[in-house]
Design a protein around this ligand. Sequence first.
Ligand SMILES: Cc1cc2nc3c(=O)[nH]c(=O)nc-3n(C[C@H](O)[C@H](O)[C@H](O)COP(=O)(O)O)c2cc1C
Length: 199
Amino acid sequence: MQHREEQHNIHELMQARWSPRSFSSELLTQEQIESLFQAARWAASSGNGQPWRFVYATSDQQKDFQRLVSLLDEGNAIWAKNAPFLMVVFSKTERDNGKLHPGHLYDTGLAMGQFCLQATAMGLQVHQMGGFAMDKANEALQVPSEYQPIAMAVVGHPAPFTLLPTQELQTREQTKSTRKPLQETVHMGTWKGGYQELT
Ligand SMILES: Cc1cc2nc3c(=O)[nH]c(=O)nc-3n(C[C@H](O)[C@H](O)[C@H](O)COP(=O)(O)O)c2cc1C
């Protein structure tokens, strides 16, 4: 199934990326895991500061894995707990010289964009989640307070939607993803400048 409306002039990798909820329990190999973090590592960042930090666990290490699952909101945990890989994305709020770094979230988002596309290129998918206990993540994972929890993410091989535990989740899994038209998000020249899409 195509999970988004057909788009013109974008790379097939971006066309193929989506955020499933149904994942097989097949573990990622250590090589796959390292490729994902290498992809994130080579992202551009302001001053090459690389503020992203990741704490992950795999489902064969149940104690570590369940610690991460317990941070998720119920609506995410119900499906995310079946994936083989789970992580929390943190971002360093200060530059290495101790000065505040207002742009750190931008850098960490770029790194996650690369992480996601690398996953798709390897036949995997990522589902990022903002629905988790951000106020508990640092303490639970022993992460120093200058690192801000941003998102959680599962990674795995997508599985048939029929494996999802509720009808609502199965319906959502089959719903095609849409986007705002470029006219709404792109401006030529000034804010008042319009944009005419070719397609
Ligand atoms: C920062 C962030 C937070 C998100 N939080 C959640 C979440 O808590 N639960 C969820 O099911 N999906 C979550 N998503 C997934 C988005 O809903 C999804 O990316 C969006 O609907 C577009 O669909 P697509 O990724 O399949 O193209 C999140 C995505 C991002 C980037």
